[in-house]
Design a protein around this ligand. Structure first.
Ligand code: MV4
Length: 508
């Protein structure tokens, strides 16, 4: 029996809440926003048909409060809940609480979330399903003594990973046996602190792999399709900063093999909706399963642009018991897409998170440019939530065209009031190694110094000077006019922005 969905609670904030609200509207559904006191003036609140306040800004008292979200869905007479990404999106107890309240969870079954959240169980299930996994242990290790023979068997270097983890927390690289005991204790205590579970297991450490992930969609008619790969190797401290599709390292034959592995992985856990299988691709061309993300991902737009599929609308269709509209036989990537995450972090100060009011925002546009943003001028960026301001995504016929377009779009972007990662992205677009596609997960560690020396580029400071001058001119226009100068000629005064532009042209 298909659920009747007319109204969806969007249990998230910022750009992804807005993205989901837009998909609801295109699918003919009403969308209900939720918001903390800090997000009262956020665009997602006004884009929704209805908005329910959650209370104080801390996530634990707002976007992570399961009881408040269920109550909001019921008070607004919703039939379904979309969790977005982050927050409660991969918490099996949330999916269960939604179902227990007779609401549809727009995501996979809770059992699939739970299985993939347990990293050694996921490895066992993938092995059974014939998906290649990184060599390692198939169960958590009791202590460092138990780890010793296993590490020797795998050969150093090895990586200790949290069994309840993911995303790099509770992970320790061990280069030789002498480091094993200390590494084990450090990984276990970090895992306990981060996940409330101290179990760790071992994997062979792969040197300089690429992070390649496959997007899948599954419906309740037993169909699972793969929408190709995303190249996500440009990360800093396990936060992705730039993603693209397709990957220069993936041939059509490799894409087919990775897609087959990804659909087998999803099938093995009875997956439904949108999900992503993360792989490491070694320089040898071998790929192995890393983990599965059982949610919509931040970087889903690059896949949408090269496959012409609306992933969020497909999620909604699957939740309504309808078949996927995409057909595996006709799926071919077209052109190239790149996404830059524009974050409120200062790249010239070790990516220090920035706070403050965005006093002015000029958003890029034009051919092949997509701006998935969540804030507008006047909004305040706080430390309560993650620092993502927007995703700037471009499409081009080739990677080279997409890259030039990203450059152009980044130059159009003007953010006044808080520092952002904009200048960093321009530097990466200008980097010869990035241009050659010569990247792996260590790229930023290796290129960071080279990319971030000196001052922000002039093409970004010029628009800032112009905006500052315009604002000054506005203030002056509002003030009473100065008395006319005696015996002056005609009152010609070059405008402030013209002066700023001239100074810039003269390199002053
Ligand atoms: C690895 C690896 C090398 N070998 N596993 C980091 C986060 C977590 N999702 C898995 N991670 C890695 N696992 C083995 N066996 C290297 C990394 C890794 C990494 C992976 C993806 C993207 C960026 C990364 C940065 C450093 C290390």
């Amino acid at each position: 029996m298909s659920p009747t969905i007319k109204r969806v609670l969007v249990a998230n904030r910022g750009e992804i809440a807005l993205r989901i609200i837009r998909a609801c509207h295109e699918e003919g559904l009403e969308a209900v926003a939720v918001y903390s006191d800090a997000d009262r003036l956020s665009p997602h609140v006004r884009a929704a048909d209805l908005a329910v306040p959650l209370g104080p800004p801390p996530a634990a008292q707002s976007y992570l409060d399961i009881a408040k979200l269920i109550a909001a869905a019921q008070s607004a007479a919703c039939q379904a809940v979309h969790p977005g990404y982050g927050f409660l999106s991969e918490r099996a107890p949330f999916a269960e609480a939604v179902a227990a309240a007779s609401l549809e969870f727009i995501g996979p079954p809770a059992a699939a979330i739970r299985t993939m959240g347990d990293k050694t169980e996921a490895r066992r299930r993938m092995q059974q399903a014939g998906v290649p996994i990184v060599p390692g242990t198939m169960r958590p290790l009791a202590d460092h003594a138990q780890a010793r023979p296993e590490a020797a068997r795998l050969g150093y270097p090895v990586l200790l990973k949290a069994a309840a983890g993911g995303g790099g927390k509770g992970m320790r690289l061990v280069r030789e046996e002498a480091e094993l005991e200390a590494g084990f204790e450090a990984a276990a205590s970090e895992a306990l602190k981060a996940f409330g579970a101290g179990e760790v297991y071992l994997e062979k450490y792969l040197e300089r792999p690429r992070h390649i992930e496959i997007q899948i969609l599954a419906d309740s008619f037993g169909r699972v399709v793969a929408l190709g790969e995303r190249e996500c190797s440009i990360q800093r401290r396990h936060q992705k900063l730039i993603e693209e599709a397709p990957s220069v390292a993936v041939t059509p034959a490799l894409r087919r093999r990775m897609s087959d592995a990804a659909t087998a992985a999803a099938g093995a856990v009875g997956y439904l909706g949108a999900g992503t299988i993360e792989f490491l691709l070694a320089p040898s061309g071998e790929f192995s399963f890393l983990e599965m993300n059982t949610r919509l991902q931040v970087e889903h737009p690059v896949t949408e642009l090269v496959y012409g599929v609306d992933i969020v609308r497909e999620q909604l269709r699957v939740a309504m018991g309808q078949p996927l509209r995409v057909h595996a036989g006709t799926l071919q990537p077209r052109g190239h897409a790149i996404e830059c995450r524009i974050t409120a972090e200062d790249p010239f100060n070790d990516f220090l998170p920035a706070t403050g009011v965005v006093s002015y925002l000029r958003v890029p546009g034009g051919p092949g440019v997509r701006w998935d943003g969540g804030i507008e001028a006047g909004n305040e960026v706080t430390l309560h939530y993650d620092p993502l301001i927007a995703k700037l995504i471009v499409w081009g016929e080739t990677r080279g065209v997409a890259l030039e377009r990203m450059r152009r779009a980044l130059r159009e972007l003007t953010i006044v009031g808080i520092p952002s990662s904009q200048a960093f992205h321009l530097r990466v677009m200008d980097d010869p190694e990035f241009q050659r596609g010569d990247i792996d997960v260590t790229y930023l560690e290796r290129a960071g110094e080279r990319l971030l020396v000196g001052e922000p580029p002039a093409e970004l400071t010029r628009p800032l000077a112009v905006v500052a001058a315009l604002l000054a001119e506005e203030r002056r226009a509002a003030a009473p006019p100065p008395p006319p100068a005696p015996s002056a000629g005609p009152p010609v005064r070059p405008s402030a922005w013209l002066l700023a532009a001239r100074r810039d042209a003269l390199g002053q």
